[in-house]
Design a protein around this ligand. Sequence first.
Ligand SMILES: *Cc1c(COP(=O)(O)O)cnc(C)c1O
Length: 322
Amino acid sequence: MTTEIQLEDIQAARERIAPHIIPLRIAESAALSKQFDREILLAHEYLQTTGAFKLRGAMNSVLQLDSGTTGVTAVSTGNHGRALAYSARKAGVPCIICMSELVPQNKLEAIRALGAETRIIGKSQDEAEIEANRLVAEEGYTMIPPFDHPHVIAGQGTIGLEMLEQVPDVDTVLVQISGGGLISGIALALKSQRPDVRVIGISMERGCAMAASQKAGKPIEVEELPTLADSLGGGIGLDNQLTFNMVRDYVDEIVLLSETEIADGIRHAYFEEQVILEGGGAVGIAALLAGKVSPGTKTIVLLSGKNIDMQLHRKIINQEEY
Ligand SMILES: *Cc1c(COP(=O)(O)O)cnc(C)c1O
């Protein structure tokens, strides 16, 4: 068992972030329960104010900064960047999000609207990373990474505590997996209390670095490909410290989905649950619909985020080309 993070750290995170977080809303899906003849519950975590669960880990990190730090920084214009910008403003801590010139204007503006400074450097993620590292080395900023950090993992793990509290007899949990911070925290929270709960990671076929790394037995890089589940893209870091081992130790299975299957999940959420989800948020539903995961007696499916471009969403709903 990995020992860096304990159940107590997740419990402490829960108290710390509680004033800033919407409690997890879990409700049965009438449509899915009927279709599978089992109890299927949806965990509506996209309700967080920045549209995704990443607020939990970012907030837990910002609230534990060393007193001497100048501020926080990250290289992310996705859900982590938004969450960090929001958390920093709430805590009154300066925040600089570094990004490349290639980042679309709407993403840049979303981060600025949340009160963070943006720094646009070079034509690649790598150059933006060099600037973030410089802020840390020369200006006293603290880097808050999106997944491979104990405070981030403990924050995301608070979802697992809430699942077990609200549904003590849950036996199967479907959680999206990318860098693995989300599933590591949730699986640790669940399995420390109920080792028999099945925790299944769901991702896309197009470039899931964690699945490839687990297969290889060590962190490896995979080619990044465009996918509807864009928030599940990216590597796990060749020098991964925590999440590779935690996924190996606590996650029962990783299931990968095609783009068509992910689109089916987005459409089901919209037409049957009246919920708008981003691709990454919908993969749990998609895995059930595709028959790639058999539900347990009581299954919780995490809906992790809703930040999708609405033009794209409309095209998927209308079955148009995108
Ligand atoms: C980041 C993210 C994930 C994956 O979380 P990891 O900790 O990287 O595994 C899943 N869903 C959404 C919406 C996300 O933003």
